[in-house]
Structures are given as structure tokens and as C-alpha cells.
Design a protein around this ligand. Structure first.
Ligand SMILES: C[S@@+](CC[C@H](N)C(=O)[O-])C[C@H]1O[C@@H](n2cnc3c(N)ncnc32)[C@H](O)[C@@H]1O
Length: 237
């Protein structure tokens, strides 16, 4: 049973968005009503990551929130005895995630993904999290992931993205706002949440993501999912 998100329903003084208890309480509902294709991205990235991992390898889920992706991987591991390390720096998120994720392969870690040392890994996933890392710190994080991955290791990054053409951007943004309203949010909720995210969620265009991954060392980079202004990219070391 998930709680319905009504955080931005009433007119309010806007403060920067944070992954606090209020958000944790409604997170599954909020993310599904806000990101077109969320369930597809989670289940297919889980499938790809589980398929890619070799027996006994580590997979990191960076910015795991309640662990949806980690759970999707765990459910697809079959007989492989991998370690799925899910990291988040929100105590409220991890407290709830600990209750939800009881699979033996999963280890939850409260840590800042910019600071944490990564052990050698077969795969890394970062779904809708890089956009909350300061742009100047993103390359160092991708380089750290590249260094941790084995040759042939897989990275999946999902993000909201800017379009290179203004007209396309405006059109996708308008349709995205309509998507949210079709999912029960009011115009006020959409605009108040947008204001709360303005300074904390800084998005890149797809070319910036590709160039950054390239600069970190990845050569095989593919966009495997795209819906409006949302995309998921996979890269192989
Ligand atoms: C949009 S949510 C990610 C959703 C999740 N990956 C999923 O697909 O359900 C972003 C998460 O990143 C976490 N986060 C943001 N900055 C972080 C950092 N520097 N270190 C660790 N976690 C971070 C937030 O606490 C939040 O839980």
C-alpha cells in the first residue's frame, strides 16, 4: 500500500526539494506519477544488470532510494551469488529501504556516493540520481565508476534530460506537465514542485552525458530508453 503524494497540493513557501521523511512516505507514488516509463526503466535495467553480472560479482545501485532497481536485479539473479550494494545518503530513505529489502544478496549502505570507495564491480546503476550531483562533480564520479568496473562491466544511468532544440524541449516539457496532470497532479502541484527542484536538480542534455562517459573512458555508449525528456543510457567498459 503506497501513500498518495500531496506534498505540493496546497499553496506554500517553496523550499529546496530534499529526500526527507515527507518524500519517503510518498516516494513510490510520487516517482511513478512523475517519470514516464519509470517501471519499464526499473524492470529492464534490473534485467540487463542481472544478465550482465557474473557469479559472485558486485553491483552498485548509487542513489538507491527505496531500492527499486536493486530489488529488480535481485529478483533476476537466479543461481548467481552476487552482492548488490545499494547506497543512499538519505537516512529516511535507508530506514524505510531496510524494511523493504530483505533479499540475502542486498547490502544497504548509508553514504555519499561522491565520497564512497567503490570495490571492483561487474555493474553499476545510477537511476535518476546524477541530476542531484553538482555538475562540476559529475565527471569525477563517472571516472570513479569506470575505474571500479571490470573490463566489459556495465553502467546504466537514467536521467531527465534537456533537448538540443528549444522547440522540442518546450513541447516535451508541456506534454510532461500534461502527463503529470493526467496522473492526478494539479497545475499548482506541478509548478510548486518544479520550483522546489529548480536549484537542486540540474539536468544535462544527452550529448553532455555521452561526452562525459566518453571522457571517463567508456566507448560503447547506447541510449536504450527514451520517453519525452527522460532517457536511460548504458555504457560498457
Ligand atoms: C530520484 S532518487 C533515485 C531513485 C531511485 N534510484 C529509483 O530509481 O527508485 C535520488 C536519490 O539519490 C539520493 N542522493 C542524492 N545525492 C546523493 C549523494 N550525494 N549520495 C548518495 N545518495 C544521494 C537521494 O537521497 C535520493 O534517494
Amino acid at each position: 500500500m503506497t501513500n498518495r503524494d500531496s506534498i505540493f497540493r496546497d499553496p506554500q513557501q517553496i523550499v529546496d526539494f530534499a529526500f526527507d521523511q515527507r518524500v519517503v512516505d510518498v516516494f513510490p507514488d510520487m516517482i511513478r506519477r512523475s517519470i514516464p516509463g519509470y517501471d519499464t526503466i526499473i524492470s529492464i535495467s534490473g534485467l540487463m544488470l542481472a544478465e550482465h553480472l557474473k557469479d559472485s560479482e558486485i553491483c552498485y545501485d548509487l542513489g538507491c532510494s527505496l531500492g527499486a532497481t536493486t530489488l529488480a536485479i535481485a529478483q533476476r539473479l537466479g543461481k548467481k551469488r552476487c552482492k548488490l550494494i545499494a547506497i543512499d545518503n538519505s537516512e529516511a530513505m535507508l530506514t524505510k529501504a531496510r524494511k523493504l529489502l530483505t533479499h540475502e544478496a542486498i547490502e544497504l549502505m548509508m553514504s555519499d556516493i561522491r565520497q564512497v570507495d567503490l570495490q571492483p564491480a561487474g555493474a553499476v546503476v545510477m537511476n535518476f540520481t546524477l541530476q542531484f550531483i553538482a555538475p562540476k562533480e559529475r565527471l569525477a564520479l563517472i571516472k570513479k565508476i569506470y575505474a571500479a568496473l571490470r573490463p566489459g562491466g556495465l553502467l546504466i544511468i537514467s536521467e531527465k534530460i534537456h533537448c538540443s532544440e528549444t522547440a522540442e524541449e518546450d513541447y516535451f516539457n508541456a506534454i510532461h506537465a500534461q502527463y503529470k496532470m493526467a496522473n492526478g497532479y494539479t497545475g499548482l502541484e506541478v509548478s510548486q514542485k518544479r520550483s522546489a527542484l529548480e536549484k537542486v536538480m540540474i539536468i544535462d542534455d544527452i550529448e553532455t552525458h555521452q561526452q562525459r562517459m566518453n571522457e571517463a573512458g567508456f566507448s560503447d555508449i547506447k541510449i536504450w530508453f527514451r520517453c519525452l525528456n527522460w532517457a536511460s543510457i548504458l555504457a560498457v567498459k
